[in-house]
Design a protein around this ligand. Structure first.
Ligand code: TRP
Length: 351
């Protein structure tokens, strides 16, 4: 059985355990602040976080600002707009329903004890293990950096610190993050073997939502202008959908392999409306691409209208948004401090 299939099966088991006893889970997820969150994030992971929170799991949401440094040479925009993007992420989290009274929103750069875990963790992985990480390899191919930085190779270990500082045991991720989660599991196991039991070995929780493509048919990406940001206006949404790529067949259908662009728009509408994509396509029979785009625009705007309204309300009080992040940083700092003390004691460094 391949690792993806194994992760899928394990995720199905975990879903049952979440229903039975959500309080046994501490969840950590996060995003790089490199641009506004979009509809792909919403269906792929954001709504899942709210579901876990509302089910009663303890949820930590990480603004992975240090991780932006891995691609900074590639993307100077993210560097100069970091503050704006960080604030935007927090606004998005709050607007979709992450509740700071129950969940912790924090930025890892603001949690010194978390970052200090990186040192012992780096000693637990080998250079060949770091260089064969397929997601890192892929990022190296796509980055235009002249040479690979040390952070590019080691950020998956930093990610282990993100997860393990709070002893999180459940990490909702997309498929591309599975190799990173494997690094975390290796670090946790090796630490426990060498120094005694301190860390849980966390599980990945894969979302069963099929991947949304961008409106150009390529990978949906914060930086490619092919996505619908949660914060976009209704007019912008209509414009983005109007310019979305379709094909020359007259009938709408759902056939992702043969007609990826049209099928993707059908899928987007079906996710917004909570209907199976085949049924969605059937309901559009005889209406063509223009009809599909009209239905999709309405569906997206209906879904996002309350989220945008809440976001606008929050954006009018940035002092509050800051205070949420500060309180989250502080709470994460307390937890990380306790874990670091335990780690140092386990390593015989508690002088
Ligand atoms: N690498 C993730 C991304 O690019 C963000 C991230 C950082 C993360 N640390 C994490 C995700 C820990 C899950 C767990 O989206």
């Amino acid at each position: 059985m391949d690792t993806l299939e194994a992760a899928r099966q394990r995720s199905a088991e975990l879903e049952e355990l979440i229903v039975k006893d959500p309080s046994q889970f501490r969840v950590l997820t996060g995003d790089r602040p490199t641009g506004p969150l979009h509809l792909g994030h919403y269906f792929g992971s954001l709504r899942n976080r709210v579901r876990l929170q509302d089910a009663g799991a303890e949820v930590f949401v990480l603004v992975a600002d240090y991780q932006v440094l891995t691609d900074r040479a590639n993307d100077s925009q993210s560097a100069s707009r970091l503050d704006e993007y960080v604030t935007g992420l927090v606004l998005d989290y709050l607007a979709i329903g992450i509740d700071p009274a129950r969940s912790v929103i924090f930025a890892h750069s603001a949690v010194p004890a978390l970052n200090q875990l990186l040192l012992p963790f780096l000693s637990l992985v080998t250079v060949p293990e770091l260089t064969r990480n397929p997601t890192v390899k892929d990022e190296i191919v796509h980055s235009r950096q002249a040479a690979v930085s040390g952070l590019m190779l080691t950020y998956p270990v930093h990610q282990a610190a993100d997860i393990l500082f709070g002893k999180s045991n459940l990490v909702p991720v997309g498929q591309d993050q599975l190799p990173h989660l494997e690094v975390t599991r290796v670090v946790a196991r090796r630490f426990n073997e060498r120094y005694g039991p301190v860390f849980p070995v966390p599980d990945a929780l894969l979302s069963d939502t099929p991947l949304l493509l961008g409106t150009d048919g390529g990978k949906m990406s914060k930086s490619r202008d092919n996505s619908i940001p949660l914060s976009a206006s209704a007019e912008d949404t209509a414009r983005i959908i109007r310019t979305a790529k379709t094909d020359s067949e007259r009938e709408i259908g759902y056939d992702p392999r043969r007609r990826p662009e049209v099928s993707n728009l059908v899928l987007m509408a079906s996710l917004c409306l909570g209907r199976p994509p085949q049924e969605m396509a059937a309901s559009l029979r005889g209406r063509g691409a223009a009809g599909l785009k009209q239905v999709l625009t309405e569906a997206v705007n209906d879904l996002l209208t309350p989220i945008r309204a809440r976001r606008a309300e929050l954006a009018a009080d940035l002092g509050y948004v800051r205070s949420v992040l500060r309180a989250g940083n502080q709470r994460a700092g307390e937890i990380a401090g306790r874990t670091l003390a335990e780690v140092r004691a386990a390593m015989g460094m508690d002088y």
